[in-house]
Ligand binder design. Sequence first.
Ligand code: DGL
Length: 270
Amino acid sequence: MTTLDNFDKNSPIAFFDSGVGGLTVLNKVKKILPDENYLYYGDTAHMPYGEKTKAQLLEYSDKIFKFFEEKGSKAVVMACNTTSSVVYNDVKGKYNFKLYPVVQSVAQILAGLPIERLGIFATRATIDSGAYQKEIAKYNPDIKVFGQHCPQWVHIVEENTANSRRSVEIIKSDLDKMLENNPEKIVLGCTHYPFLIDVLSKFAPREMFIDPAIDFANAIKHDLTKSGLLKDDKTPSVEEFYVSSNPRNFKSASKMFYELTKEPELLVFD
Ligand code: DGL
């Protein structure tokens, strides 16, 4: 069980995702909390999470959370919509750190948008869970939410092929399908998808797309501040990156969005 009184405010904030996607969140958090220490785990061996069962996602998350506990993390950011949607309710309160899930943290802000029709692009598991719909409806039952699964997008990002002709065709075709619902805004409800914003913006106005990472980062800062958990020693910020397969691929895919300050290390759990 969580013991809320023993966090060390100078210990790291840990992030995890199935691959490079969570870097879109780390990027935003680092901008507003530049002095913190960061840990990142990309579970690339099990990517895509969006095609996994709840039992599998619980197993992967448990191993990663135990590793983060060993590292003394004060907070863990579920920089992954899929695990936030599918396993957050089962894992919250079970580990010795603060836990921040992306979907639940931004739902209220999305629900408050002055619009009637909201699109959500996300993985199959996120869409099937109905988590965005449920969380948004808690605050605004009147907003109409259209979820759509984009089966190829995570692969396009991990393979770093966003600009190939084939990828652009796939992205455009998924976008066209979503636009048939006439959404006023579309949430990029998978942390990999903001890597594709330039391609999406060729076919629809950039302002139409919402990257929840901005509001998520603000919510994390707000809560750490309120809890008295911001780092206050004067040591320089350090980062560590771990992946469960192919560190070289992680490094090259991250390049289009994030400057890794350290080589990613291979770390596989038994
Ligand atoms: N980036 C993750 C998400 O936000 C997982 C994508 C995947 O591996 O399917 O859902």
